[in-house]
Write a protein that binds this ligand. Sequence first.
Ligand SMILES: Nc1ncnc2c1ncn2[C@@H]1O[C@H](COP(=O)(O)OP(=O)(O)OP(=O)(O)O)[C@@H](O)[C@H]1O
Ligand SMILES: [Mg+2]
Length: 252
Amino acid sequence: MKILICGKGGSGKSTLASLLAKNLLTKGYRVLVVDTDESNYGLSTQLGMEDPKALMDQLGGKAAILNKQLSAFNAGKPVITLNESWTIDEIPSECVTKKGDLYLMQIGKVHHFEEGCACPMGGLAKDFVCQLNLAPKDVAIIDTEAGTEHLARGVASGVDVVLMVLDPSCESIKLSEKTSAMASEAHKSVYFILNKINASLAETMLNKLGKTRVIAQIPFNQSIQQKGLTGEELETDVPEIEAIANFVIQNS
Ligand SMILES: Nc1ncnc2c1ncn2[C@@H]1O[C@H](COP(=O)(O)OP(=O)(O)OP(=O)(O)O)[C@@H](O)[C@H]1O
Ligand SMILES: [Mg+2]
């Protein structure tokens, strides 16, 4: 089962990825969290894990991948960045950090001023996610960068479920329309998780979004915010995560 998590900047995507990963571990799944966000560095901290070597660096670095992509593009061929198809055990060991049955990998991060666009990471993310071979008790949770770039790149084409995290903002509601429209082009449904809300904010959001695709409402949680500030591992008990985990299991 492959689950993609998306939403606007700061809405709580990486928080949900971390909490959902830990819940699925308790259900006996082996969980691979795939960090496809080229700009943010918080996910490994939230999981309480070390950063692995990025897959892009393992494959020769950004320039090498970009050259490969450009050569294919200029030759009018499909831009395939990664030919290999891997199971979780076949991912190069340097590219994974492990904690029990929890695995973390990163596609690639931006490091330098004027290093150029993130096309190499986007193409690699799509190919890796689409070609990842999972066993029945394996789950991949793909944490994406803010906005819709991952949809433009086609990363969602390789997943079973798309979860969008919405914080209480007009921007999240607008983005939900665009995300739904783009995902439907990939024949995917998007399910919404309201985050950092209270009863009155939830009512306003449900009036705008409708109820049918909202699968959970996570209240503003002081402990999550505090851990986000101090950089501690997220071990907070958030009861709503159980329903989200059961939903993805049933809908994959
Ligand atoms: N339910 C919640 N209650 C309180 N704070 C929250 C909640 N969910 C997330 N946060 C806090 O909001 C901030 C952003 O969360 P997170 O990093 O998960 O968002 P994101 O969508 O992954 O952001 P980015 O777009 O930068 O990757 C963090 O400081 C996190 O601790
Ligand atoms: Mg994030």
